[in-house]
Design a protein around this ligand. Structure first.
Ligand code: GDP
Length: 450
């Protein structure tokens, strides 16, 4: 039996706009959408007689023939709609009462309430978009900076899927060469010249590697770049966080140990979201609560992309902080407003006064320079989705098996099996190969009405 969430035979309804605006849109989609809408709508003509891509002004009438609202109905006929089914979008005044009443009337006439992401899931199941494009719809709704919007929009418009189609075609070509060879195995022919195979495999590997390595950037663009602000107590970490996000997020005080737990605040610098974490000051203490905060600080440092290490002009020394070569480390000397002599200060360090706002533009610029978006300007495809990254990593593992098989002159059938595994993982990204569970997990993260 088809699970309820994969059933596309019902007609579904949901508000597609968030409450609070001047107008609201209710979407009704499915084979009975137009018929159900006609039972509620009174306009110049019946919707069932109207063509697709038309707008209709009229009233929504309840069971007692009372007018619920003046509305504009947009009509889309299958297959030319978002979901691929007949779809009616009713624009009403932005009242929660009106919206609830119209949704209730639709349900009374036979529609069912749409679940989270159900409109987009139907679009995917109807072949209107592949899975990576459907996932990008959720990303574009969540995008909160220029670059996170840019990557989601490229993915939604299909450039991303096109890249995977290209990869798939190359792999299929390789498989077909090998499988043709198998058909003629009796005759001892080698259709798939091994050096051609090897260079095709190299090409595919380069493409997949460049996609997996784009994930660091993609993840930063989608989820924000984490910046841990670290240093001894009282160096001005909280003051700096507040100054960078232009808000009083962290408590500032002269009392060492005020920030016992980490505080996070985000801001966008030139189109990129940064997540600043004000960590508890690292020092030796017997206070149990402070010790827990310091332990957490060490974990925060380990997970951050950028470490901002703060000292002050009167004590410009930096204790050692452990970080790895993938992390960026910036030394910052704060409180230069009361420094009389800065000659002893490490020349690599940025000089700032968090309190006065001095040097903050240079610091912002340094943070922005770390995120190289030049690839995006050139229209490169960037992986932002953890699920895609995992599938690509598995594809790479299958690829190295294929390469090993080729090195030891393994027979064509075994080689082709490895290539099919690579294809399988690529297919998981675009949705050619997916389990119901995966679909359910992906779409349940959407909002209702999308
Ligand atoms: P944290 O413990 O590292 O988070 O330090 P705080 O941000 O709480 O600051 C400790 C003290 O230093 C507060 O009294 C701040 O007002 C002060 N402070 C922070 N930044 C500056 C600065 O740039 N100049 C001066 N003069 N004082 C600062």
């Amino acid at each position: 039996m088809t699970p309820e969430y994969l059933d596309t035979t019902t007609t579904i309804v949901a508000p597609t706009t968030a409450p609070g605006g001047a107008v609201m849109v209710i979407r009704l989609s499915g084979s009975r959408a137009i018929e159900i809408a006609d039972t509620l709508f009174r306009g110049r003509k019946r919707l069932c007689d109207a063509e697709g891509y038309t707008l209709h002004y009229g009233h929504i009438i309840d069971s007692q023939e009372r007018i619920v609202d003046d509305v504009v109905v947009a009509l889309f006929r299958a297959p030319h709609s978002y979901t691929g089914d007949d779809t009616v979008e009713i624009t009403t005044h932005g009242s929660e009462y009106i919206t609830t009443e119209i949704v209730r009337l639709c349900i009374e006439r036979g529609a069912t309430m749409a679940t989270a992401g159900e409109f987009t899931r139907r679009a995917f199941l109807a072949g209107k978009m592949d899975l990576s494009r459907a996932e990008a719809v959720a990303d574009i709704i969540a995008a909160d900076s220029r670059w996170s919007h840019n990557v989601a929009s490229t993915q939604m418009r299909g450039a991303y899927s096109a890249k995977f189609r290209e990869l798939r075609d190359e792999l299929l070509h390789l498989c077909s060469l090998l499988e043709l060879e198998l058909d003629f195995s009796e005759e001892d022919v080698e259709f798939a010249d091994r050096s051609t195979l090897r260079s095709l495999l190299d090409k595919v590997e380069n493409q997949i590697t460049s996609l997996t390595s784009s994930f660091t950037l993609g993840n930063a663009l989608k989820n924000g770049v984490t910046v841990a602000i670290v240093g001894k107590p009282n160096v001005g970490k909280s003051t700096l966080l507040n100054a960078l996000v232009e808000d009083d997020r962290a408590m500032v005080s002269d009392i060492a140990g005020t920030t016992r737990d980490s505080i996070e605040a985000t801001t966008v610098i030139d189109g990129i979201r940064y997540r600043f974490i004000d960590t508890a000051g690292i020092h030796t203490t017997d206070d149990k609560l402070e010790q827990m905060g310091i332990e957490r600080t060490h974990r925060m440092i380990a997970n951050a992309s950028i470490i901002l290490h703060l000292a002050t002009a009167d004590d410009p020394t930096f204790d050692s902080v452990a970080y790895d070569d993938k992390q960026h480390y910036i030394r910052v000397v704060n409180k230069i407003d009361y420094a009389t002599d800065i000659t002893d200060i490490d020349s690599d360090a940025l000089l700032i006064s968090a309190r006065m706002g001095t040097g903050l533009d240079a610091l912002r610029q340094r943070l922005r320079d770390i995120v190289d978006t030049s690839k995006l300007d050139a229209g490169s495809v960037v992986v932002t989705n953890m699920r895609h990254y995992a599938a690509l990593s598995q594809a790479l593992a299958a690829l190295s098996d294929a390469r090993r098989a080729m090195n030891v002159n393994m027979s064509g059938d075994l080689l082709s099996e490895d290539l099919r595994r690579i294809l399988h993982h690529i297919g998981e990204i675009t949705g050619e190969i997916t389990s119901d569970d995966i679909l359910h997990t992906i779409f349940s993260r959407f909002c209702i009405g999308k």
